[in-house]
Write a protein that binds this ligand. Structure first.
Ligand code: NAD
Length: 262
């Protein structure tokens, strides 16, 4: 029996990167999972059925678009209809856009605030009544080092991530006596396909070796000069679901190779 056997976890943005690793770690601990996110239907189905065969749990995919509140409510309803509950909610879906503030496209600002911040509010709003009914719950928000510090040209992302940190604290206080915790995880640079794909172009553009690009460009802000791995973020998320973490609530947990210590 895994630590999450009999429990249901909803992980938004879990067709790739950090969310995928979290969904797999939770399934590995015995949870039935609702995966969510974009992608080619065949890839999503391979992921979904792979989780079921590998971990002997059930997995369903919700196609909910995190910029649409009604679809977010439908995702939570799908979890309840399929598995009878939502015990763990991970608000992880996120997008990025980089531009000087005076040129920042309004529709990009709106999309980032909707997907990276408001979606977490809508999902929490829908899931909390179910958690209260069962008398237990874990809410985990994927924030970022950018919930604690800023970088230029990321006005919307930094604003949304600072917002997530505030939402986390508020929800933690409201649910403190209900055995429901709410925390956020704040990664620095995480090795995802998204990051990996940028390396060859940057090597060419700056006439650098792969090692130079990683150390001097991508990891300039990260003192360890190493990436965080998706598995490390997933392990922290899984720890937050356990009994040993029942007194951790309202926390913003950095996993950033020392970035925000500087
Ligand atoms: P990723 O691009 O690999 O995955 C993002 C996921 O979100 C995908 O499954 C995608 O389909 C989904 N998604 C995007 N828009 C969506 C929408 N409208 N509706 C539903 N799903 C949507 O990215 P990642 O690196 O795994 O990032 C996941 C989270 O971690 C994000 O919140 C990101 O801000 C945060 N984060 C990432 C890093 C990093 O270095 N990679 C660092 C700190 C924080």
């Amino acid at each position: 029996m895994g630590s999450l056997t009999g429990k249901t976890a909803v992980v938004t943005g879990s067709t790739s990167g950090i969310g995928l690793a979290i969904a797999r770690a939770f399934a590995g601990a015995g949870a039935n999972v609702v995966i969510n996110g974009m992608g080619a239907p065949a890839d999503i189905e391979r992921e979904r059925s792979g989780i079921e065969t590998e971990f002997k749990v059930r997995a369903v995919h919700s196609p909910a678009d995190m910029s649409r509140p009604a679809e977010i409510a439908e995702m939570v309803a799908l979890a309840e209809k399929t598995f009878g509950s939502v015990d763990v909610l991970v608000n992880n879906a996120g997008i990025q856009f980089v531009s000087p503030v005076e040129e920042f496209p309004i529709e990009k600002w709106d999309a980032i605030i909707a997907i990276n911040l408001s979606a977490a509010f809508h999902a929490i709003r829908a899931a909390v009544p179910l958690m209260k009914t069962r008398g237990w719950g874990r809410i985990i928000n994927t924030a970022s080092a950018h919930s604690l510090v800023a970088s230029p040209f990321k006005a919307a992302y930094v604003s949304a991530k600072h917002g997530i940190a505030g939402l986390t604290k508020t929800v933690a206080l409201e649910l403190a006596t209900f055995k429901i915790t709410c925390n956020c995880i704040s990664p620095g640079y995480v090795w995802t396909p998204l990051v990996e794909k940028q390396i060859p172009d940057t090597m060419k553009a700056r006439n650098m070796t792969k090692e130079q690009v990683i150390k001097d460009v991508l990891l300039a802000a990260q003192p360890t000069k190493e990436f965080v791995t998706v598995e490390q973020v997933a392990a922290l998320a899984l720890f937050l679901c356990g009994n040993d973490a029942s007194q951790i609530t309202g926390a913003n947990l950095s996993i950033d190779g020392g970035w925000t210590a500087a």
